[in-house]
Every structure is written in structure tokens, then in C-alpha cells.
Design a protein around this ligand. Sequence first.
Ligand SMILES: NC(=O)c1ccc[n+]([C@@H]2O[C@H](COP(=O)([O-])OP(=O)(O)OC[C@H]3O[C@@H](n4cnc5c(N)ncnc54)[C@H](O)[C@@H]3O)[C@@H](O)[C@H]2O)c1
Length: 253
Amino acid sequence: MNLIETCALVTGGASGIGEATVRTIVSKGGKAAILDMDTKRGEKLCSELGSGVIFCKTDVTSETDVKSAISNALDSFGKLNVVLNFAGIAAAVKTLGRDGPHDLDLFKKIVDVNLNGTFNVSRLAAEKISKNEPNESGLTGVIINTASVAGYDGQKGQAAYGASKAGVIGLTLPMARDLASYGIRVNTIAPGLIITPMLASLPEEAQEALSNQPLLPKRLGSPSEIAHLACFMIENEYLNGEVIRLDAGIRLP
Ligand SMILES: NC(=O)c1ccc[n+]([C@@H]2O[C@H](COP(=O)([O-])OP(=O)(O)OC[C@H]3O[C@@H](n4cnc5c(N)ncnc54)[C@H](O)[C@@H]3O)[C@@H](O)[C@H]2O)c1
């Protein structure tokens, strides 16, 4: 699919990797609906980027919010053919620490946003995308999820985050199989260490330790490098059911 034909839902599109992807899609003539909780950043981005972008205040875990955002996107763009699931949250808390066991509600919240939220948006959007006229290869659209290298080798304090991202890796192939008969491809990006507000929220010593970890190049990644892969996943129709690490060869110890 060409980016110029893209009408995308971009969850987490108000910040970091999602924002970079919205900017890239719009710069190539596509359209994007930002589904995010951060109204201030979302509206600011919309007014900067113009009529190709709308902001829908959305909690990805809410069926009502997501249905309403999808209907806003369809009203504004006339169609929907791409979903980019970037919304996510992280925390660094050990299973058992000085203050006692990991808070169970925090564990549930991280899994809820990162995994259940991804599934919620995908399942509701798939229903609409499946109604598109298939192209000559039988394709109606594409869903792109975001996992993390922590879904493979999570660090201390990443039990919840690592579990949620391993869940996203695990849903990729079965979801691609479920949706193949509707013409929808499903792929997942597993980023390494990318400079965004999420990474900046980690303690300074953790950030410093992390920036030495990539194999080559020895630096943190930029959101635009992930946006580049997201756009490749939209454009290359032979890519399906795949998880791609984009991480400069990092293997977290
Ligand atoms: N930055 C990294 O190093 C890194 C590495 C691996 C994976 N990732 C993943 O990439 C994705 C994007 O991360 P980022 O670094 O750009 O983070 P970010 O914090 O800059 O952006 C995340 C966005 O998600 C939004 N969000 C949070 N909860 C939400 C909810 N319930 N509903 C809707 N929106 C919600 C936030 O408001 C924010 O705008 C996340 O899924 C993250 O786990 C990031």
C-alpha cells in the first residue's frame, strides 16, 4: 500500500515513536487519526500538521472510546486501512522489593494498556478494515503492533512490561492467521532503546547504562528510525505475521 493512500489509526500518536510515525505518514500524503490520552500534545500536533490529522482522546483499553475514535476517523477520512498500535506504558518495579511484593494493580494496568489495549483497537478496527474493497492481492489493510526487546529478554523490574510485550509478540501470528481471510496483514515491531519521553522517564543511571548496550551503532535509536520500519510494513505487502526487532543488535543481559 502506498503511504499516500494510508488512512491510519495511530494509538500513542501524540508522543515519541507514534508522533514520529504520524509525521512521516502525513509528510508522504497519508492521513492519521491520533488516539491518545494526552489531549494537550495531541491537539498541538494536529494544529501543526493540518487537515490530514485528527485527534481523538482515547483510552485504548476502552471499547467505547475506541469505537468512537474509529467512527470519527471514518467520518473525517472516508476510509480506514491501517492500524498502528504504539500506545504503551512502562514501570520499573521488582516482583519483590524493599517495600514488599509488586503491586498487583500496577501489573494489571501495564498488561491492560500494552496488551489488552492493542488487542482491543485491533479487533474493532479489523471489522471496519475488512469491509474495504480488496486490492489485486486480496488485501484490505494492515495492523502493526509494538512489542519491545523486553518481550524477549526483559530486565530486572520489567516483569509486567516484559510480560505485556511478550504477549504482543505472541498474538502476532495467530492474529495474522485470524485476519488473513479478511485481507488484513498483521506485523509487530520490537524496538530496542529509542530516545522518547518513555525512556527519559527512567532513572538517569538506567538511561546511561542502556545507551552503552547496542552492538552497532553504539547509540540510542531515534523515533524516526522506528517510523521508517512502520512505513515499510505498510508499504511491503509481502510482509505478514512477522515480528521484526529494530535494535542495533542489542541483547539485553
Ligand atoms: N522508547 C523505547 O525505548 C521503547 C522501546 C521498546 C518499545 N517501546 C514501545 O513503543 C511504544 C511507544 O513508546 P514511546 O517510547 O514512544 O513512548 P511515549 O511515552 O513517548 O508515548 C506513548 C504514548 O502512549 C500514550 N498512552 C499511554 N497510555 C495510553 C492509553 N491507555 N490509551 C491511549 N494512549 C495511551 C501516551 O499518552 C503517550 O502519548 C510503546 O508501546 C513502548 O512500549 C518503546
